[in-house]
Design a protein around this ligand. Sequence first.
Ligand SMILES: C[S@@+](CC[C@H](N)C(=O)[O-])C[C@H]1O[C@@H](n2cnc3c(N)ncnc32)[C@H](O)[C@@H]1O
Length: 383
Amino acid sequence: MKTCKHFGECGGCRFQDISYEEQLAEKENRIKELIKNSDLDIKLKPIQYSDPWFYRNKMEFSFADQGDIVCGLYSKNEKGKVVDIEECLIFSKDLKEILKAVKEFVRNKNFSVYNKYSRKGFLRNLIVRDTKFTNELMIGIVTTGCQDLDKEGFVNILEQAKLDNKICSIYWIVNDSLSDAVIFETKHLLYGDKFIKEKLGDFIFQIGIDSFFQVNPKMVAGFYQKMVDYTNVSDDKNVLDLFCGVGSIGIFLSPKAKSVLGVEVSDDIVAVACQNSKINNIHNIKFITADARRFLNLQAEPYKDIDILIINPPRSGLSNKITRAIKRLNPKLILYSSCNPDAFFRDLPSFWENYRADFVEPFDFFPHTPHMECLSILKKIDL
Ligand SMILES: C[S@@+](CC[C@H](N)C(=O)[O-])C[C@H]1O[C@@H](n2cnc3c(N)ncnc32)[C@H](O)[C@@H]1O
């Protein structure tokens, strides 16, 4: 069996030593268990899967000073230690050369590395995005603002790297926040385009350095197509896509729908969603920047004729307040999908008073990790 040289030490993948068939069986069993515990009368559809290698389109690595500057992922075994990554079999074949070039650059420059305890130092993270159908790369180095990056030098070393895919965009992100997460305080475009493009089915999507985009493009077109089929969307149906991100689900549904409205909390992401509808020539879709709960409570009145509600929330799932607001909106059909099965099965029963779902369908978007996506269609019951 293929295993990455870092497997066992790197905290990125947990299951590479288990055959893929067994991984899928284990994931199905986990959903069976969740169905059983939820007490819902709901069928389990077979788990959907695709090529389990080189599937991810984005990774964030951390810099650390461990004698030498290293760049990689946190260790599974040693708290705070960064495993100096040289390859990643679930991400991009180009990663090896990119990391080699970046490490050589930062070591030659002798940059300091940010230390979260002393809050001093320069280098923080490296973000790499790699598209699977258009073969484009986007690279972003994240530092504090305590000194200047040799911008030209950074672009030059990346331009010289021998890669299969094409580097289309290079960013320098300045992040002085105390949070461990990458916060895009200032984005300096150093090279190429502001966005890279991915093709899913018949549609092109722009992806920004800070956009949420489903991590497994090899699976996601099929996942969105299932949404089109399961919702039975037609030209008399109004669709609301509540956590719409860059608009992908709504864009897939729009050719068959009467209208689509996407709601997303980030202004920057809404701008990308608008651009996506434009480049795909879609005219019956609109996006607004709003917090989902505030939208439902304060702004949804003009949109109350919603036939199909799409909910694809962040990992944390839905709060009680959102669930209540959704019930007040009273859509005929709800498509609920989540990358967190626990949150999914926590939220599903709260709709049971007015809705029923026949099935849950798992999608293995994240092979070699414990994660998966779940999808259900909730239909309003006659009371
Ligand atoms: C799991 S992603 C789904 C994106 C999109 N449905 C897709 O398939 O690409 C969740 C999205 O919800 C947005 N979001 C997070 N909290 C939100 C909130 N309170 N209100 C509206 N959108 C929110 C995030 O910015 C992110 O784009």
